[in-house]
Design a protein around this ligand. Structure first.
Ligand SMILES: Nc1ncnc2c1ncn2[C@@H]1O[C@H](COP(=O)(O)OP(=O)(O)O)[C@@H](O)[C@H]1O
Ligand SMILES: O=C(CO)[C@H](O)[C@H](O)COP(=O)(O)O
Length: 558
């Protein structure tokens, strides 16, 4: 009798359940539930209280509704007997976190805290804790804490402790009412199993935890604010469970929500980008998985520990148990092309796309593919949304050099693609230079399906072959794989993620190979890119920051 696992991928706007055949990883049924309250970034539901800029909240009840809607839907679509679903895994955006009582009740569902923004879930892209992140980095540097080295030199405002500290600073009553602070990833697993667990992936990448050193010492938290001294012992947990473990079993209540059997195994929580690595067949060092969409997450495994400046971080057991998982990223990739087609393409191009019944991206791709590398004379810096790796600077902005009166939209479109490819090459070379080998690239996410020219340019610019993961819902497949591992071999699943990846993860036949003539030109253009990258990005000329400051001051005066 075939056995199945369900992976649930909690994204920014929606949650997606995928039911997968354990023998081969085939996706049998998919269902999406769009969060009723979506991203809460303007007003709080019900009270209509206006939020400050840079806030991004969510409603935890939306996550439960994903279980209640998407899982029954995949069971119904597939006709699979719930008794044959042996495991569930989940992945989440991160750091997405919330304050709760000790039984897991979110503070925002309590009537007395319903109109208090800090009681709600803070989504990964809540950026209002930047002052706390800056202060945390200053204090850690002043006091010489070496953990900064694990995070490329800086802790981001998106992460756990800046967010907790913002709650304490701005609404201490919520801070003190919170008996637990927890990643939403771990919270949903808690709702399924009735047991609180904390996973090594979010603890490591987002909450400054390491397998060797644990959390930073109490003195560090006291130096931030004496009231934070015992945060870990009082409101978190030092018991961190490695990904790949079973978190517990489905409760009667969660079984009623989902239509699954009570007692179904539930995997320890995971993160969307990280869970995509084994789902793209990668469980060993030497291969980089690029999750390519709005942004790119660059994930690499290594058997040894290396400090790599400017990356997001590395964590032992963070992606695959027993191995160091490294993460870097570009915060704006598909977004560049989205911006360009929305803001800069002339009407006669739009008209041509409409007449031919093709998407405007496809039209620009077709025209840009006629150009030879270097032919446009253009070179861009891909910083339309700052630079995540390796400069870690949100105040950098975009630039296009070499335009003339003859410059065409497809030339700019191609130059933007090339710029993001140079950005990826900088990341790869930084890894290699610091001892983390990157011999092969595997792509997944929305872009490999959408733009072949882009994939070829990435192969040409990086000088590496690129393979593409077979799955269309790679994070959900990865979560289902961990679900199969949580169930274990005796229940029809797998003993470990290595076995699960062998059977359930696949690559397509499609391979993008560097074209030597293109490589030669791109090598020259990359050298030019590096000059601009360092000149504008490493302090020789801070004109981008001065312009940004001027803009802010002028806008402030209006
Ligand atoms: N044909 C295309 N070529 C390049 N970029 C595209 C194309 N179509 C859409 N995009 C961009 O891809 C991004 C969406 O990628 P996707 O992987 O679906 O999303 P996400 O990263 O949010 O999961 C958007 O930023 C969009 O502008
Ligand atoms: O920080 C991250 C992983 O560490 C992700 O960028 C975040 O989880 C959101 O990703 P996406 O928009 O692709 O779902």
């Amino acid at each position: 009798m075939p056995k199945y696992a369900i992976g649930v991928d909690f994204g920014t706007e929606s949650g997606r359940a995928v039911l997968v055949d354990i023998t081969n990883g085939q996706e049998i049924a998919t269902a999406v539930y769009t969060y009723a309250n979506g991203v809460i970034d303007e007003v709080l539901p019900e009270s209509n209280l206006r939020l400050e800029p840079d806030w991004a909240l969510q409603d935890p009840e939306d996550y439960i509704r994903v279980f209640q809607n998407a899982i029954p839907a995949v069971l119904q679509q597939s006709g699979v007997n719930p008794a044959d679903v042996i495991g569930i895994g989940i992945d989440f955006t991160a750091c997405t976190m919330l304050p709760t009582l000790k039984d897991g009740t979110p503070l925002c569902v309590l009537p007395q805290y319903r109109n208090r923004p800090h009681a709600w879930v803070k989504l990964w892209k809540h950026h209002a804790a930047q002052p706390e992140a800056n202060r945390l980095n200053e204090i850690a540097t002043e006091l010489g804490y070496s953990f900064l080295n694990r995070y490329g030199g800086k802790i981001s405002s998106e992460w756990f402790f800046p967010k907790v500290w913002q709650i304490l600073n701005e609404d201490p009553e919520i801070y003190f009412a919170a008996e637990r602070f927890i990643e939403a990833a771990d919270w949903v697993v808690w709702q399924l199993t009735g047991e609180e667990t904390r996973n090594s992936c979010t603890a490591g990448y987002k909450a400054i935890w390491s397998k060797q050193e644990g959390f930073p010492p109490r003195e560090f938290f006291r130096a931030l604010d004496p009231r934070l001294e015992n945060i870990v012992d009082e409101k978190m947990s030092r018991q961190i469970v490695s990904i790949g473990q079973c978190a517990g079993y489905l409760t009667e209540e969660a079984a009623r929500w989902t239509g699954l059997k009570p007692g179904t195994a539930v995997a320890v929580a995971n993160v969307d980008a990280h869970v995509s690595v084994p789902a793209s067949t990668v469980t060993e060092e030497g291969k980089m998985v690029m999750i390519m969409g709005t942004s790119i997450c660059h994930m690499v495994l290594s058997r040894s520990e290396h400090f790599v400046p400017g990356i997001c971080g590395y964590v032992e057991d963070g992606i695959i148990p027993g191995i160091f998982g490294y993460e870097a990223g570009q915060s704006c990739v598909g977004d560049h092309f989205g911006w360009f087609v929305e803001q800069c393409v002339p009407e006669h191009y739009q008209q041509e796309a409409r007449q031919r019944g093709v998407d405007i991206h496809a039209l620009l791709e077709e025209k840009a593919a006629q150009l030879k590398p270097g032919e446009s004379g253009l070179l861009a810096l891909d910083w339309w949304n700052g630079n995540r790796s390796v400069l870690v600077d949100v105040d950098l902005t975009g630039m296009m050099l070499g335009m003339t009166l003859l410059t065409k939209p497809e030339e700019i479109y191609r130059a933007l693609i090339e710029a993001t490819a140079y950005g990826t090459r900088v990341i790869i070379e930084t890894f290699v230079h610091h001892g983390v080998p990157v011999n092969e690239l595997i792509a997944t996410g929305g872009l490999p399906d959408r733009n072949k020219l882009l994939m070829q340019i990435y192969a040409d610019v990086t000088g590496r072959e690129i393979r593409v993961a077979a799955a269309h819902q790679t994070p959900a497949l990865g979560s289902a794989m961990f679900g199969a591992v949580a169930a274990g071999k005796s229940a029809g699943g797998y003993d470990d993620i290595f076995e699960a990846a062998k059977h359930m993860a696949h690559l397509r036949d499609e391979v993008y190979r560097p074209i030597p003539e293109h490589q030669q030109v791109y090598d020259k253009l990359y050298q030019e890119y590096l000059i601009l990258h360092d000149y504008f990005g490493r302090g020789a000329n801070d004109v981008m920051k001065r312009l940004k400051a001027l803009k802010a001051s002028i806008r402030g005066k209006v």
